[in-house]
Design a protein around this ligand. Structure first.
Ligand SMILES: *Cc1c(COP(=O)(O)O)cnc(C)c1O
Length: 392
């Protein structure tokens, strides 16, 4: 039996052909495939604007910059997420305050956001995280955030393809900007890859500008007219202009070829992930009450992770030992995530914060293998191995 990692990419012959074709073309960095990928992403999410970039971390950083979340600002981030969500704000100079989560789903609730806001008094933005591919109460978060004058960013690195009640994640119905990752363990693989979507043309311009050194080649945006235009009033052919220093977060054409090819499979991959999750759920039900599935929310997720919540304490077991036992049986597992407020950097900044929901979730969480090319029988095999590892 081959080793089952907790997640992995599915690359098919047409993906490889698309990459080879890109390699044979004139462009390795920015070429026509970047725009094609962005158009496909707009279609997949329903957003008005999509800007592809190097990875999900870059996407989050671009979002923080676009909203001016710099020194003197405060952004609320749920404690259960990957490091990058809070780092994006911090690297831009902004302060971060952590919100608690529902211990049964790992998702921030409107009341968790409210509690975080009551703690910090004032905040400028919230980064909401769609853990495992589920989204929480988007309308409720939106109502609290807008009521307190907050901008909203969705960290949808887990949630490409997820449908909320009224549309698709990435349509920004309840947010200003949405960030995606196309790291190979996520639902769509580009190697490294990311994107920001928004419906606000001004924000889209800022994200696109910051992605490429903060520069523009758009004549209507030039302010140094004497430098920019020739005697006839035509823009000089070499000319570009910079108002704000930016970054090089460009994504290569070659990877966009892969991204566009993979996006065509999004619905198929999402359906397969849902099918595997249903198989897991059926098997996991036999391990109650010590093992529970993640609480389901009102959405149709393109599941990124299959998370089991296991009462290791009641079972008298250490999670590490269970993970090693499973690894010995060819089953990879992972913990998503160590609460950010428990990281030394953040702990030093705010030693008194208590987030019992996040801590409770963290004590019990374990991600089991989930990727579209798993066999139908794999979930039953994984749960049988888990059952025996837990002594149930
Ligand atoms: C993967 C991930 C990121 C970072 O994405 P990269 O593409 O790896 O930079 C950020 N936030 C969450 C929730 C993620 O899962």
């Amino acid at each position: 039996m081959s080793f089952l990692p907790y997640g992995r990419q599915v690359i098919e012959d047409d993906d490889i052909a698309a990459v080879v074709e890109a390699l044979r073309s004139d462009y390795l960095t920015t070429g026509p495939r970047v725009g094609e990928f962005e158009a496909a992403l707009k279609h997949a999410t329903g957003a008005k604007h999509a800007i592809a970039c190097t990875n999900g971390t870059a996407a989050l950083h671009l979002a923080a910059r676009a909203l001016n979340l710099g020194p003197g600002t405060v952004t609320v981030v749920p404690s259960i997420t990957f490091l990058a969500t809070a780092n994006a704000v911090r690297l831009n100079g902004g302060d971060v305050v952590f919100a608690d989560v529902d211990p049964a789903s790992g998702l921030m609730r409107p009341r968790d956001l409210e509690a975080a806001l009551d703690r910090c008094g004032h905040a400028d933005a919230v980064f909401n995280v769609h853990l495992a591919g589920q989204c929480g109460d988007l309308a409720g978060i939106h109502a609290v955030a807008r009521g307190r004058g907050l901008r909203i960013v969705e960290d949808a690195c887990h949630a490409i393809g997820t449908e909320h009640r009224y549309g698709r994640i990435g349509d920004n119905r309840f947010s200003d900007l949405t960030c995606f990752s196309f790291h190979p363990v996520k639902t769509i693989a580009m190697g490294e890859g990311g994107a920001v979507t928004t419906n606000d043309p001004a924000l889209a311009d800022i994200v696109a500008r910051d992605r490429t050194h903060g520069m523009t080649r758009e004549p209507s945006a030039f302010v140094e007219r004497a430098q920019a235009f020739d005697g006839a009033g035509t823009a000089n052919p070499w000319y570009y202009e910079m108002e704000v220093p930016g970054l090089n977060y460009r994504i290569p054409d070659v990877l966009c070829a892969l991204g566009t090819s993979q996006l065509k499979k999004l619905d198929r991959f999402a359906a397969r992930r849902r099918d595997l999750v249903a198989r897991y759920d059926a098997e996991l039900a036999n391990l109650a009450p010590h093992v529970k599935k993640l609480k389901r929310t009102a959405c149709t997720p393109a599941w990124h992770l299959y998370i089991a919540l296991i009462d290791f304490e009641a079972l008298g077991l250490e999670r590490a030992a269970v993970m090693r036992t499973l690894a010995g049986k060819g089953i990879g597992t992972q913990v998503h995530y160590i609460p950010l407020h428990r990281q030394p950097y953040w702990r030093d900044m705010d030693p008194n914060v208590t987030l019992p929901g996040a801590d409770d979730y963290y004590r019990r969480t374990l991600s089991l293998p989930l990727f579209p090319s798993m066999a139908d029988a794999d979930p039953a095999r994984v749960i049988a191995a888990l059952k025996s590892a837990l002594g149930l």
